[in-house]
Design a protein around this ligand. Structure first.
Ligand code: SF4
Ligand code: SF4
Length: 206
């Protein structure tokens, strides 16, 4: 990836993608705002960047790598070391699903925050999935988002707890799955292409 691209090349490559990002980020911000009483995200909580798989499209990984190219050398080196370690572990891995901490995570903070992926922007909300029950973020079960209305016994969100807390709005499932946020209709509206989609680590091992 050429990180020395001039302004015009940058505009051609990422200009329309950034318009799309601006649109969905505002949308997601409004979802988070609506769920404020249930959201406990804060800087330094990076559970959702760890021990997971991260779907990334081609444009997302190109943008993330551009962000990496802007990092100071010492931080760059940490992310490179992270990646080397992950790839070594992946080689030895014999199981079905390989999970890892995102290599861009440095001291529990995203080193490429402006350039992070779509999944990184939506995690923490309840989201709807066609023909399935709404998906509650895993951190709900670790004392984070929505945990204030989690019934410990049933492991379900509890309307009773919502009432007890005097909250006006029940938790809402948004249409904010990765597939919904990267639907082809956005490519037409904003005139760009997501390209192939695959796990982040598969892009990075190329
Ligand atoms: S979504 Fe959950 S795990 Fe991620 S930062 Fe927010 S509270 Fe932490
Ligand atoms: S790109 Fe940043 S926000 Fe996304 S998983 Fe990696 S460290 Fe977390």
């Amino acid at each position: 990836m050429d990180n020395e691209m001039d302004d015009e090349s940058y505009r051609l490559m990422f200009g329309n993608y950034e318009k799309y990002l601006d649109f969905i980020t505002k949308k997601l911000d409004s979802f988070f705002e609506k769920q404020k009483p249930y959201i406990f995200c804060k800087k330094g909580c990076a559970k959702c960047c760890k021990n997971a798989e991260f779907p990334f499209s081609l444009i997302e990984i190109q943008y993330a790598l551009y962000g990496y190219g802007q990092l100071p050398d010492d931080i760059k080196k940490i992310t490179e070391d992270n990646l080397t370690k992950i790839l070594e572990e992946k080689k030895k891995f014999k199981g079905e699903k390989f999970y890892y901490n995102c290599p861009f995570l440095v001291n529990d903070v995203c080193s490429i925050y402006k350039y992070r992926g779509i999944i990184c922007r939506s995690f923490g909300l309840i989201y709807s999935v066609k023909d399935k029950n709404p998906q509650v973020p895993f951190c709900c079960f670790e004392g984070q988002n929505y945990s204030n209305v989690l019934d410990e016994k049933t492991k379900q969100l509890s309307s009773k707890k919502v009432k007890e807390l005097g909250l006006e709005t029940e938790p809402i499932a948004f249409n904010a799955s990765y597939n919904a946020l990267t639907a082809a209709s956005f490519e037409e509206t904003f005139n760009f292409s997501f390209g192939d989609k695959k796990p982040m680590i598969e892009w990075l091992e190329e």
